[in-house]
Design a protein. Structure first.
Length: 331
């Protein structure tokens, strides 16, 4: 005789079956291949900035290879600190990244007493995307034709010279501060909100020189309004081969680069960071990507996560004493 299962037993069996199905579904969901939804790259500056431009160019190339949209999200404010801080606190699930620059990723750790994030512990390197040389320039009618001539003039009349920059703690300030250290010269820093405004200050005679990204300088050089004295890189740029390096100009070897690095929240898994590194490197190597960047006087760089980590550590080592010498401190 067949024995009927009691109602309580049937409920237990039904519950066990549902649990088994739920567990299987949860396991399948947990093991869903990455990426399974859109990826965000946060730019802590406005649309049209150099980090924004390079990110949009790269995003268009890696999106088809990843099989998901790569969304560029602008979160400007506080000189790049706001967006950088936002990503440092984001989930490390592989769907949020950051492209940031010298200041928020290195210099500001020495400038701000309360930065609100630590780029060396709350973020992890993905790849050094690109960079651009700063070009030191004066008005074409200034009578100064070389960087050595500018240094000699600053030594002769130490109270006469001002220089403009794109802000307190920016590379366009600190690069000149490094030049001053190396040449034992003096000039007053006048910060502006952007490269175009820093260039306008030279043209108007409010300052005597600036060392700012080439994309801001070269149109005025080609128009005959500014004279380019040197590039800030160790070697001449292929994009401005006619402009000498600081060492070629007869000064101590000085090297600095306006760079842009892609970072991820620190808890992002290794395998995901490695995949993003590979895809971005592949995009940076494409001829049409190089051409687009070159029109903006930007050079693609690329490399490993470890390369970027070492690069940032070296930047910190070189620029920390320069920052301390300036006395720049923001509470």
């Amino acid at each position: 005789m067949t024995r009927l299962t009691s109602p309580s037993t049937r409920r237990l069996l039904k519950g066990a079956a549902l649990l088994a199905v739920a567990t299987a579904c949860a396991g399948a969901f947990a093991q869903a291949p990455w990426p399974s939804k859109p990826i965000r790259i946060v730019v802590p500056y406005g649309a049209g900035s150099s980090p924004d431009i390079i990110t949009r160019i790269v995003a268009d190339k890696i999106s088809p290879r990843l099989g998901q949209p790569v969304i560029v999200e602008n979160r400007p404010g506080a000189g790049g600190n706001n967006g950088t801080s936002y990503v440092s606190k984001a989930a490390g699930d592989g769907y949020t990244y950051l492209i940031s620059t010298n200041g928020p990723l290195v210099y500001n750790t020495q400038i701000y007493s309360k930065l609100g994030y630590d780029p060396f512990t709350e973020l992890r390197p993905v790849v050094l995307a690109g960079g651009q040389a700063n070009v030191c320039a004066v008005r074409a009618d200034s009578g100064i034709t070389t960087l050595r001539g500018l240094v000699d003039a600053m030594k002769k009349e130490p109270g006469k010279f001002n220089f403009s920059s794109t802000g307190v703690g920016s590379l366009s300030q600190l690069g000149v501060e490094l030049l001053k250290v190396k040449t034992d010269t003096y000039a007053v820093h006048i910060p502006y909100a952007s490269s175009p405004l820093a260039i306008a200050a030279i043209l108007q005679g409010d300052v005597q020189f600036a060392c700012v990204p080439a994309v801001a300088v070269m149109p005025q050089v080609k128009a005959g309004k500014l004279r380019a004295l040197s590039v800030s890189t160790a070697k001449r740029s292929e994009l401005t081969p006619e402009i000498p390096t600081m060492k070629e100009a007869g000064l101590p070897e000085i090297e600095n680069l306006a760079w842009m690095a892609i970072m991820a929240p620190a808890s992002t898994p290794n395998e995901i960071v490695q995949r993003m590194n590979q895809e971005i490197n592949a995009a940076l190597a494409l001829p049409d990507v190089k051409t687009k960047l070159h029109t903006m006087y930007m050079e693609p760089i690329g490399g490993s996560e470890q390369d970027l980590h070492k690069f940032m550590q070296q930047e910190l080592k070189v620029m920390t004493p320069v920052i301390k010498r300036t006395g720049v401190r923001i509470d």
